[in-house]
Design a protein around this ligand. Structure first.
Ligand SMILES: *[C@@H]1O[C@H](CO)[C@@H](O)[C@H](O)[C@H]1NC(C)=O
Ligand SMILES: *[C@@H]1O[C@H](CO)[C@@H](O)[C@H](O)[C@H]1NC(C)=O
Ligand SMILES: *[C@@H]1O[C@H](CO)[C@@H](O)[C@H](O)[C@H]1NC(C)=O
Ligand SMILES: *[C@@H]1O[C@H](CO)[C@@H](O)[C@H](O)[C@H]1NC(C)=O
Length: 648
């Protein structure tokens, strides 16, 4: 089946390799996602072998003057290239196919030649000059595809409205990320000075970007999902690319965000739902950040009205979890033992054992005891939660994860006189006997039987008072996860944002509740925090919060690229938020995301998959001594200082 031409014979052909029938690789690749020659068997396909793997290899033909048409091509057939070496100039006959794994209908397809025969080797030892990315060709900012054209770009909802390949549009590599990588499919490229954007994924592949312009670059060297400078849609970091296993069997470095490597040369391919570069050999580590997470600079104030609020998704923490002690250490040593801590993913007292247990008293008393020990008995916390109904809130089977509050009783306490709600009782805004805004259950769940919370964690609201009796209100949420999302580099456009409709409904219910508080008291100090499993850049999901709540990052002026608590694929992202009502916003405040986990040395060294956040806010209409907030020295009593935003 293999017809490898004798070199002596082949050399005699070398002067006239192009027959009139020959179709160039660029014509086979064409100027759209699928090959115009799909299904045809072509003779005399020419190219130099640039790389080999155990399933075949890649050839490179003369470059096309049309940048939409790649001159590289996958040659498929585990035995097809036996006897052919990298650098050989060959011709062959093959069948043009668009490969997509049957199990992955959302993948884009890879153009390849299979059923290979009639290989002729013309010469050996040829060198193909790789495309120098960032120099010869540069990935564009903006959207992955022309069909990510809603107001939120690739994050627009509804999603999955178009199938990219079925549209058969002409590639626009100057405008769209997928078109850019498609126009290089099969080509040999060099990534100069690649920097890792994340840890290796579970298959060992690493997202990197090279020495070309990127947006949302954070101080660590990651790429943060951020609002566009103009009114446009958020950037999708098209300039990030997955680096797969090196073709020579060497191993990629154990990368983490910000690690810089030596130049990577490899072939562009598509597999497992993403474009990849398969390097010819593994790069070396050139430089890596050696600075680890810093503790928060925020400390609880001396004023009873100045509070620190921590927020931490502690990733499936039960009473016997190995990481309970580390979480306690983070709360004390990195968050400075905030006055209130919003926790998510607290498991019941039997951990993942699915035995009907729903109480989390053991989990939380072990955590508060560990915090007390770590802090040398300085930080003593009380806790509260509402036990879910068994197996009704989703998450790890048997774990019954829920949200919970910790607080330091010397600073704040729950407003008394209302009972704690149970799993099905909805807490409501009421006026109590003193004519003050209170909650009917305290703490209590928000509308827990609403369909928005099916198989999801219910938010828990609480009414608090400072030691001087000033009230404020919190909602601790953990919205549904993005499970069942489709690849950002897949066929569905915009990509499927798993459970985004459910999250939108959850935001709606939360917003309705916050509105009910503000209807009774428009100046209520309300803080909504937790793991919302969504970026604020998915504006449609958060629309019900608009005009009601403000992101603490915006109030504190945190640079957009530094707003992240999680890293998924190439994107550093903020999915944990602290949002506050107008009364809190007006008094200013600070917030810090503490990168104990996104800055870990390896995925295995993470304590949780989320970073904690700590905010400092002011929650009283007036200070304990009756004087308003702010510098009163020359503004006089006439000006209400809470109309200004004060950045601490
Ligand atoms: C996306 O739409 C296609 C039909 O075009 C459908 O087959 C597929 O199930 C949808 N995927 C999701 C996750 O909704
Ligand atoms: C895609 O468009 C090209 C030209 O625009 C055409 O030749 C080709 O047949 C189309 N392919 C499909 C699958 O419709
Ligand atoms: C909550 O309490 C109410 C009133 O006592 C009761 O009817 C309901 O069954 C309780 N729900 C749960 C889940 O225990
Ligand atoms: C929640 O959704 C309902 C029904 O679509 C709508 O009427 C209401 O205005 C929404 N509430 C908020 C706060 O957006």
């Amino acid at each position: 089946m293999l017809a490898i031409g004798l070199l002596s014979l082949a050399f005699s052909f070398a002067g006239a390799p192009i027959s009139t029938q020959a179709i160039s690789v660029a014509e086979i690749q064409g100027d759209s996602f699928r090959s115009p020659y799909e299904g045809q068997t072509l003779n005399d396909v020419y190219g130099i072998l640039t790389a080999k793997d155990k399933y075949g290899g890649w050839i490179s033909d003369v470059p096309s003057s049309d940048p939409r048409k790649s001159n590289g091509l996958r040659i498929y057939g585990p035995r097809a290239l036996r006897g052919v070496d990298v650098g050989d100039d060959i011709s062959l006959t093959g069948h043009v196919a668009e490969y997509r794994a049957a199990s992955s209908p959302n993948d884009l397809s890879l153009t390849e030649l299979n059923d290979i025969r009639d290989i002729i080797v013309f010469s050996r030892g040829n060198h193909v000059k790789p495309v120098l990315l960032g120099e010869d060709r540069t990935p564009p900012y903006g959207q992955p595809s022309a069909y990510d054209d809603g107001p939120d770009g690739w994050l627009s909802i509804p999603n999955n409205v178009t199938r990219l390949e079925a549209e058969n549009a002409t590639l626009r590599p100057d405008l769209y990320g997928l078109d850019f990588w498609e126009s290089l499919e099969g080509q040999l490229v060099t990534v100069p000075s690649p920097v890792a954007a994340n840890f290796p994924d579970r298959f060992g592949a690493v997202w990197v970007y090279g020495a070309w312009p990127v947006s949302g670059l954070n101080s660590r060297g990651g790429l943060t999902v951020h609002f566009p400078e103009s009114d446009g849609a958020p950037d999708a970091h098209n300039g990030a690319i997955l680096i797969g296993h090196p073709l020579d069997g060497t191993k990629l470095p154990r990368a983490y965000m910000g690690m810089e490597m030596s130049d990577i040369t490899g072939v562009v391919t598509y597999q497992f739902g993403n474009y990849y570069i398969l390097p010819l050999t593994a790069p070396d580590v050139v430089w890596a950040p050696e600075e680890w997470a810093r503790r928060s600079t925020l400390h609880s104030g001396t004023s009873p009205c100045e509070l620190t609020i921590g927020d931490y998704n502690v990733e499936n923490m039960g009473p016997r979890s190995w990481h309970l002690r580390t979480i306690a250490d983070h709360i004390v040593s990195y968050l400075n033992a905030p006055d209130i801590v919003f926790l998510q993913e607290i498991q019941d007292d039997s951990g993942t054992k699915d035995d009907g247990t729903v109480s989390a008293d053991k989990t939380l008393s072990r955590l508060t005891a560990a915090i007390a020990r770590v802090s040398l008995y300085e930080a003593r916390y009380e806790y509260a939660y509402v036990a879910p109904e068994n197996d009704m809130d989703g998450g790890q089977p048997g774990g019954n994860i829920r949200v919970a509050y910790l607080w330091r009783p010397e600073k704040v306490s729950l407003v008394p006189d209302s009972p704690t709600g149970n799993a099905t009782q909805a807490t409501e805004a009421i006026l109590d006997e003193q004519g003050k805004l209170a909650l009917s259950y305290n703490p209590g769940r928000i509308d827990p039987t609403n369909a928005a919370w099916e198989e999801a964690r219910k938010p828990v609201a609480a009414a608090w008072q400072t030691s001087t009796g000033e009230r404020f209100y919190t909602v601790n949420v953990h919205y549904s996860s993005k499970h069942d999302s489709s690849s950002v580099q897949g066929d569905a456009r915009p990509p499927v944002n798993g459970k985004s409709e459910q999250r939108a409904a959850q935001v709606n219910v939360t917003a309705t509740f916050v509105s009910s508080l503000l209807t009774i008291d428009p100046d209520a100090h309300v803080i909504v925090g937790g793991d919302m499993n969504e970026f604020l850049q998915t504006r449609s999901v958060f629309a019900p919060f608009a005009g009601l709540l403000t992101d603490m990052n915006a109030i504190a002026g945190v640079p957009p690229a530094e707003r992240y608590t999680y890293v998924y694929e190439q994107h550093a992202q903020e999915i944990d938020h602290i949002l506050v009502s107008e009364a809190v916003k007006a008094k200013g405040g600070s917030v810090e995301h503490i990168h104990v986990n996104t800055w870990a040395a390896s995925k295995g060294a993470q304590t949780s998959d989320h970073d904690p956040t700590v905010a400092k806010v002011r929650v009283c209409a007036v200070e304990g001594d009756g004087s308003p907030y702010g510098d009163q020295s020359d503004s006089g009593a006439a000006q209400a200082p809470w109309n200004q935003i004060i950045v601490l």
